[in-house]
Design a protein around this ligand. Structure first.
Ligand SMILES: [Cu+2]
Length: 130
């Protein structure tokens, strides 16, 4: 009886669980932990970006950021605005921001986040998280 079959099965199960692709060449029981540990950026990574709400528009309208970035919207207009994500489920909603008020949100997942102002739905913006 050879233990090889069991090892292959076990390593396939582990790979399926943690989502690592194994080559068709069955490698004998490589510990998957180091691979998983280096697959993601450190959790301590942080950055900041700003969107100014001015003259009934989001500036910049399109913003590309890294995962972990905190975006802060600030209303520079004389009327209330919101920054509200369009997705379902909704990812963020500032609520009404009066003049000079700020709202911050940290993007922890990659994706394209379209948003708008609930008071003036023609006001739209996009945050792309890479
Ligand atoms: Cu508005």
């Amino acid at each position: 009886m050879k233990p090889a079959k069991y090892s292959l099965l076990a390593s396939s199960v582990v790979s399926a669980i943690i989502g690592i692709q194994v080559s068709s060449n069955p490698a004998p029981a490589d510990p998957p932990a180091p691979v998983a540990a280096t697959s993601y950026p450190p959790a301590t990574h942080s950055a900041a970006a700003n969107v100014r709400i001015d003259n009934f528009s989001f500036q910049p309208r399109e913003l590309v950021i890294a995962v972990g970035t905190t975006v802060t919207w600030q209303n520079a207009d004389d009327v209330p605005h919101t920054a509200t994500s369009k997705g379902d489920p909704q990812v963020f909603d500032s609520g009404a921001l009066d003049t000079d008020e700020k709202f911050s949100f940290t993007f922890s997942k990659p994706g394209k986040y379209a948003y708008y102002c609930k008071v003036h739905p023609h006001m739209t913006g996009v945050i792309t998280v890479k």
